[in-house]
Design a protein around this ligand. Structure first.
Ligand code: CMX
Ligand code: CO
Length: 148
């Protein structure tokens, strides 16, 4: 059976200063900001840098994340680890079903119901302690999201 996870949607990277980090990615690699927003619920300012389109109609991004609150997940992680790779996100056509199927294998999801992610997506996370030390995000986008 093919995997319901059809792309690397993004790699989440925690940083102290979003604007400085965007400049680094632009001048070093030539990546441009495709989309930027503040997600109050997640406690972040973020920028999505598009890397490539994918065969499922989606795309792969780097997600640069700066905390906007001391009690946010990103602020806590930065204070313990410093800047670096925070999570990987897989794209799926149906985040609810995909999450339920993985939960049924005994892995904890962080939310009972999907929440609001970047560019109008819906997201959930798998607990890193159940996933060999990797915080995994599951992302469902809509077709409109690809055009932003
Ligand atoms: N990757 C791998 N392991 C991680 C981790 C990460 N990003 N974050 C925490 N851990 C590990 C810690 O190392 C720790 O392990 P030990 O017990 O062995 O020391 C354990 O998980 C508990 O960590 P903690 O620092 O006490 O943090 P919390 O349990 O309070 O929170 C988590 C961890 C994953 C539940 C929290 O970060 C969370 O809710 N994340 C989901 C939301 C999120 O990350 N939002 C920002 C991104 C938004 C977006 O992508 O749009
Ligand atoms: Co993310």
């Amino acid at each position: 059976m093919p995997s319901p996870l059809t792309r690397i949607d993004h790699i989440g990277i925690a940083c102290h200063n979003l604007d400085e980090t965007i400049d680094f990615y632009r001048t070093t690699y030539g990546f441009e900001v495709h989309h930027a927003e503040t997600n109050e619920e997640q406690g972040v300012r973020e920028a999505m840098l598009k890397i490539n389109d994918t065969s499922d109609g989606g795309a792969t991004y780097l997600q640069l994340l700066e905390p906007i609150r001391e009690d946010s997940a990103i602020a806590k992680w930065l204070s313990k680890n410093g800047e670096g790779v925070h999570h990987i996100a897989f794209g799926t056509a149906d985040v609810t079903t995909t999450t339920d199927d993985i939960v049924n294998k005994g892995i904890r999801a962080l939310y009972d119901h999907p929440r609001h992610g970047t560019m109008g997506s819906t997201i959930n996370f798998l607990h890193p302690k159940d996933a060999h030390g990797v915080l995994v995000e599951l992302v469902q986008t809509t077709s409109n999201d690809q055009e932003h």
